[in-house]
Design a protein around this ligand. Structure first.
Ligand SMILES: Cc1ncc(COP(=O)(O)O)c(C=O)c1O
Length: 422
């Protein structure tokens, strides 16, 4: 990126000077790298957007308003990130469609039988996460896509938490749309990707108007460029897109198979070590999981400073992080009670279940206990921001120190210095 900003930075596509040509090459080169990384058939199927959120909104607007009508159904799972819920709610409200939600088990697995029953001729869209941002569950998206296609429904896969953990091939999955955020892939924030099958993108109208996305403009009528430019109105997020290309180069050098293997080892090791801590319960133990463990425990509740506890006495090595977080999908899974103690203790409310935080039943009915309770979770992830990977995953005290649960009114938010993989 430094090289790009020093030697190539200019607007793309539209000017006829050296920097513009270099900048266009860098930007379109990044698109080609994303295409290879995702196994897409053509670079024209790769649309640069601001992130996963914008990609889902783009599809919900441009594809959804043309293909979803009154009484039609959109299927989501309980595990979805807000960005894969709210845009579909907007669409459903606008056109009179209905959202159907697939439940998950206590282990965090999608109930495939229930999913099968929800699929009908009314289903237009199935929008599912590839990996849960809260529990790390890897959804059987290939199987779910096939089932949706048998009913004529399109499928959008939210790959924000998948692409940095294992290889993804959108053609092998047969995903209609696949979306991701650059900052989940060691790239800068402000850039993301919408992959869409060419035939679908070709039929979609633009969702934002402006420069770059047009073919011809008159005051009477405008015509639009072919995808992907049709969906990239205005000056693109150039530097971050080039940075995304560099991040993909970095991952290519490591090899996504190696990343996946390392994370499996890390998860097995972290799970085994955490299981030794008395009073700690692992939440979300689906057999197919990314490098993520969610735990609850009394030790977190006993500390008055809101800091996460140091499990098992590991210290010192780089490459791992512990994070306190508040996850919507956990709230929706009603795990709030299970981890409520940690949050309540961080609030400094010692009256509320501080000693016996076994669940909602043990929380005494104080004024604070009647307020909504949000779960705090500790997640273990690994990254190699310094370009190194650690074979023996340990906890990083610096990251843990900086990890606090912060209370703002009734809302509990997490504050962390953790790097990629947040
Ligand atoms: C699974 C998942 N989907 C969507 C998003 C939203 O991504 P962004 O905020 O980059 O649009 C995130 C971000 O954390 C995520 O983890």
């Amino acid at each position: 990126m430094v090289h790009y900003y020093k030697h190539e930075y200019s607007n793309v596509h539209r000017a006829a000077h050296t920097l513009a040509a270099r900048s266009t090459d860098a930007y379109e080169g990044a698109r080609a790298k994303v295409q290879r990384f995702l196994g897409a058939g053509s670079a024209d199927e790769i649309v640069f957007v601001r992130g996963t959120t914008e990609a889902v909104n783009l599809v919900a607007n441009a594809w959804g308003r043309r293909n979803v009508g009154a009484g039609d159904e959109i299927i989501l799972t309980t595990l979805e990130h807000h960005s894969n819920i709210v845009p579909w709610q907007f669409l459903a409200e606008a056109v009179g469609a209905v959202l159907r939600i697939v439940p998950v088990t206590d282990r965090g697995e999608v109930l495939l039988d229930d999913y099968g029953k929800l699929l009908t001729a009314r289903t237009r869209m199935v929008a599912i996460t590839h990996v849960s941002n809260a529990l790390g569950t890897i959804l059987p998206v290939g199987e779910m896509i096939q089932a949706a296609h048998r009913h004529g429904a399109a499928v959008l896969v939210d790959g924000a938490q998948a692409v940095s953990h294992f290889p993804v091939n959108v053609q092998a999955l047969d995903a209609d749309f696949y979306v991701l955020s650059g900052h989940r892939l060691f790239a800068p924030s402000g850039v993301g990707v919408l992959y869409g099958k060419k035939a679908l993108l070709d039929e979609m109208p633009p969702w934002q108007g402006g420069g770059n996305m047009i073919q011809r403009v008159t005051f009477e009528k405008s015509t639009f460029a072919d995808p992907p430019a049709r969906f990239e109105a205005g000056t693109a997020t150039l530097g971050p897109a080039v940075g995304l290309g560099a991040a993909i180069d970095y991952l290519d050098r490591i090899g996504m198979e190696n990343v996946a293997r390392h994370e499996r080892d890390l998860l097995a090791h972290g799970t085994a070590e955490l299981s030794r801590i008395r009073g700690l319960r692992l939440i979300g133990t689906a057999p197919e999981e990314g490098g993520c463990a969610v735990v609850r425990g009394r030790r977190a509740e006993r500390r008055g400073d809101g800091q996460v506890p140091r499990p098992g006495g590991h210290r010192g090595a780089r490459g791992s992080s512990l994070r306190a977080a508040d996850h919507g999908s956990l709230r929706r899974r009603r795990h709030g009670a299970a981890v409520a103690g940690a949050v309540q203790h961080a609030r400094g409310d010692r009256r509320v279940g501080a000693r016996r935080p076994q669940g909602a039943a043990s929380i005494r009915r104080t004024e604070q206990a009647r307020r909504p309770v949000y779960p705090a979770s500790l997640r273990i992830g690994s990254w190699a921001a310094d370009g190194r990977t650690s074979h023996r995953p340990r906890y990083c005290p610096a990251a843990m120190k900086a990890t606090k649960v912060r209370i703002g009114g009734d809302k509990v938010t997490s504050d962390t210095s953790a790097g990629p993989g947040q």
